[in-house]
Design a binder for this molecule. Structure first.
Ligand code: UD1
Ligand code: CA
Length: 486
């Protein structure tokens, strides 16, 4: 049974995150295609809160700009000095009050650096809070090593009594392995009241949010804990080692879901996916593959090994091997690579081919058309069932402006062609190998645009007498095959 929507979620993200050793604010570091705070917001949004406020402080311009781009409905509250988690929540609530929001119901508090926290766990917290009619419910977890965390101190009958910070805890309390995840559900009114009573007489001289729990309990209200099913979910990120561990866990979670939904992941250890990637059943992902952004794989698509696809739509049954693609649409049954680079605006039609050492950009390639080898296709439209010869270049740049090339359907262009844009090759036309096509080619014609071949007989014998080449030539002329030995 799911809980009522909370009145507000407060996300704490004002801390500096010095241990990241980074010019980028901690909560803007990314894993699986989303920032730390982005993951937290997306879990929080699953609760459907009426209001959501993020408390920002350190690097607030950058953080605020990011929040605006990922969740424009989120409000921000500025905490100028980081005087503790209690002070941070107070700052968030004062912002809401200042905006004329009157809170009635539940306020959920989460930290901006716990990207593995799921909406499901937040729902669990909210349900326990509501069903037990608590004034405060803390999301707790049993830690193998609780060092550094606030400990959940329970009464002999098992009720939650208070949270004691590691630095303020006795030896006996430090032996407790049940810890405060930093995530809470509060009754809004009691929270606001209690925050006014929080003192700073602790080892860090800060306003602790955790003190609210004891204050509310002493005033005669119910406090409780919802224990997280998996302690790894509430892990906060403080340094890049933890960031890598969290990325691995989230990636494993995403691949696990994909595999259960019918995706063959040949090597989960070397396959990396963003949260925004979608798969149809019966797709195959080979080792060493990164799928990023809004990439989607339709049924039967096969991707990898050793490929990176960003914002790429892969059609049913298409294959991509040893390639890098970005902002491309790959048609059903199309083939990409090995060693292709598809850049933004590439659209491969059904059963089209971008083969080996082929780069494409802003190019529309029709159904069944093949660009098999060693070519650059930029700013081009190619019709259906055309074959582009090996080592062709669509010369799109005159040094100042890009120009477009159009090649029709059922064309056969020769190897080593340059198409100097703007230029058009009509339907069914042929071009000769080695041609530099600077003028339009009418449909059905053959274009030859290269120097005529001239053979100067006897040149080697006259100009390079006695050379191996001359001997080889003379032996051939005498009807004897030259031997490499003599
Ligand atoms: C806090 C809890 C601790 C809990 C742990 C879980 C308190 C007093 N302690 O400790 O019980 O086990 O989280 O990770 O609450 N923040 C602000 N403004 C501030 C201070 C903090 O926005 O003035 C934000 C930080 O950016 C961070 C979060 O609040 O996202 C937690 O703060 P942090 O300093 O990391 O608290 P801990 O010492 O880890
Ligand atoms: Ca922390």
């Amino acid at each position: 049974m799911s809980a009522k929507r909370p009145a507000a979620v407060v996300v704490l993200a004002a801390g500096e995150g010095t241990r990241m050793k980074s010019a980028t604010p901690k909560v803007l570091h990314t894993l699986c295609g989303r920032s730390l705070v982005g993951h937290v917001l997306s879990a929080a949004r699953e609760l459907g809160p009426e209001h959501l406020v993020v408390v920002v402080g350190h690097a607030r311009e950058q953080v605020t700009a990011h929040l605006q781009s990922i969740d424009p409905a989120a409000r921000t509250a500025v905490q100028h000095e980081q005087n503790g988690t209690g002070h941070a929540v107070r700052t968030g609530l004062e912002q809401l009050a200042g905006d004329g929001v009157h809170l009635d119901g539940t306020v959920v508090v989460v930290c901006g650096d716990t990207p593995l926290l799921t909406g499901e766990t937040l729902q669990h917290l909210a349900s326990v809070h509501e069903n037990d009619k608590n004034a405060v419910t803390v999301l707790s977890a049993e830690m193998p090593d609780a060092t550094g965390y606030g400990r959940i101190v329970r009464t002999p009958d098992g009720a939650v009594r208070e949270i004691v910070e590691h630095k303020d805890a006795s030896e006996e309390q430090r032996a407790i392995r049940e810890i405060n995840s930093g995530v809470f559900a509060f009754d809004a009114k009691l929270l606001i009241e209690a925050l006014g009573k929080v003192r700073t007489d602790n080892s860090q001289g800060e306003e602790y949010l955790t003190d609210v729990l004891g204050i509310v309990r002493e005033a005669g209200h119910r406090v409780g804990a919802a224990v997280a099913a998996d302690h790894r979910e509430i892990a906060g990120i403080n340094n890049r080692v933890q960031l890598a561990q969290a990325r691995r866990m989230l990636n494993d979670r995403l691949l696990h879901e994909a595999m259960l939904a019918g995706v063959t992941v040949v090597d989960p250890a070397t396959t990396w996916v963003d949260v925004t990637v979608t798969f149809a059943p019966d797709t195959v992902v080979h080792p060493g593959t990164e799928l990023m952004g809004a990439t989607s794989l339709a049924e039967g698509a096969e991707v990898g090994p050793h490929s990176r696809l960003t914002d790429t739509v892969v059609g049913a049954g298409a294959e991509v091997a040893f390639s890098v693609t970005q902002g491309a649409r790959i048609g059903a049954g199309a083939s990409v690579g090995p060693y292709a680079y598809l850049r933004p605006g590439t659209e491969l039609g059904q059963k089209a081919k971008a083969g080996t050492y082929v780069e494409m950009k802003n190019a529309s390639v029709g159904e069944g058309t093949k660009v098999p080898h060693l070519s650059y296709v930029g700013d081009a439209t190619i019709g259906e069932y055309t074959n582009i010869g090996a080592a062709s270049v669509f010369v799109n740049y005159d040094g100042e402006t890009k120009h477009h090339t159009t090649v029709g359907s059922h064309c056969r262009t020769g190897s080593d062609n340059m198409f100097v844009a703007p230029v058009t090759v009509g339907d069914g036309a042929y071009t000769a190998a080695g041609s530099v096509i600077t003028k339009d080619v009418p449909p059905g014609s053959l274009a030859v645009a290269r120097g005529q071949q001239r053979n100067i007989e006897g040149w080697v014998a006259r100009k390079r007498p006695g050379s191996a080449a001359a001997k080889a030539a003379s032996a051939t002329r005498d009807g004897v095959e030259p031997s490499g030995e003599h």
